[in-house]
Ligand binder design. Structure first.
Ligand code: GUN
Length: 301
């Protein structure tokens, strides 16, 4: 059997188009959602990521406010900028790119962001809202995973879901989303006993541990839907000395013969994250103005 490929690149493009159309519909009311992106320091990977966010924000018809601060920025300076963005009526969403330099306490910065503008969904108020099942912002990567799952299975009710990884950014919110979808959820992690056996129970498997090709083909229930969040750089001697390639947390070549559907890496979860950031920004803009949720706020196409 060869699994259906879940084409994150195409699905993300279709969500961006949908969000762009919703943004265009708001223009006659004089509303243009705005996203502030704050980058501290000059980490090349973060710079590429932030540039991509800003380009896609503008392409969706939203305003992008770019704040690039030096690597020596103090915590007080960053908190002062966050306070200014919280108070700025043109700013609907605030994203402070992580990781931050060592002199800055990232948690203190996250907690300083107005929860109504926290489009990353990292503020404890939003984490709590997800936990209590009340409306709030859901972190972009797990939300993107849910949209991918729904592209294959619009109704997840009753399925056994296994999430590998318990991070605050992916694993824990993913588990909460799957509970909300009426799945029976197991959260596995580095200390889980007999992980292969746990994984074999999964109708839906989400791998978010950051260990290259940890999940093997024989860990999967035949027909399972597999979402691979991993982005791991590994040596690629076949391409030449010192060359690398990107692999997921799932051994794709093995898994594709067992799974019913699977995301590739790259081109699976990755492109969904920014699409969900745009979606959260649009949602923030509407909520802050008391506008009702629209069609784009669904999680199925
Ligand atoms: N660094 C890598 N991914 C992310 C993300 O989704 N949000 C923020 N704020 N920083 C990141």
């Amino acid at each position: 059997m060869t699994a259906t490929l879940i084409d994150g690149k195409a699905i993300a493009a279709s969500w961006r188009a949908r969000i762009g159309a919703a943004v265009a519909d708001l223009a006659p009311q004089g509303l243009r959602p705005g996203l502030a992106v704050v980058l501290v320091g000059d980490d090349p990977a973060s710079q590429i990521y932030v540039r991509s966010k800003m380009r896609q924000t503008v392409e969706a018809g939203m305003r992008s406010f770019d704040h690039a601060l030096s690597a020596s920025t103090t915590q007080d300076e960053l908190l002062a900028l966050v306070a200014k963005l919280n108070a700025d009526p043109d700013v609907d969403g605030i994203l402070v790119q992580l990781p931050l330099p060592p002199q800055i306490d990232a948690q203190a910065v996250i907690e300083a962001i107005d929860p109504a503008k926290d489009v990353d969904g990292f503020h404890p108020v939003n984490a709590g809202r997800l936990l209590t099942g009340t409306p709030g912002f859901v972190p972009c990567t797990p939300l993107g995973c849910l949209l991918l799952l729904h592209s294959i299975r619009p109704d997840l009710t009753g399925l056994d879901a296994v999430v590998i990884g318990r991070s605050a950014i992916v694993g824990k919110p993913m588990a909460q989303l799957l509970i909300r979808e009426n799945c029976t959820v197991t959260v596995a992690h580095s200390r889980t006993r007999n992980l292969p056996e746990v994984c074999r129970r999964a109708d839906v498997l989400v791998a978010a541990v950051g260990r290259p090709e940890l999940v093997r083909g024989d860990w999967l229930k035949p027909g399972a839907t597999v979402i691979d969040v991993g982005i791991n750089r590994v040596p690629n001697p076949a391409a030449g000395e010192g060359r690398t390639r990107i692999v997921g947390d799932v051994a794709f070549a093995e898994a594709v013969d067992v799974a019913g559907a699977i995301t590739p890496v790259p081109g699976g979860v990755g492109p969904m994250t920014i699409a969900c950031l745009l979606r959260n920004t649009l949602e923030a803009a509407c909520r802050r103005r008391g506008l009702p949720p629209e069609r784009w706020s669904a999680t199925t196409a």
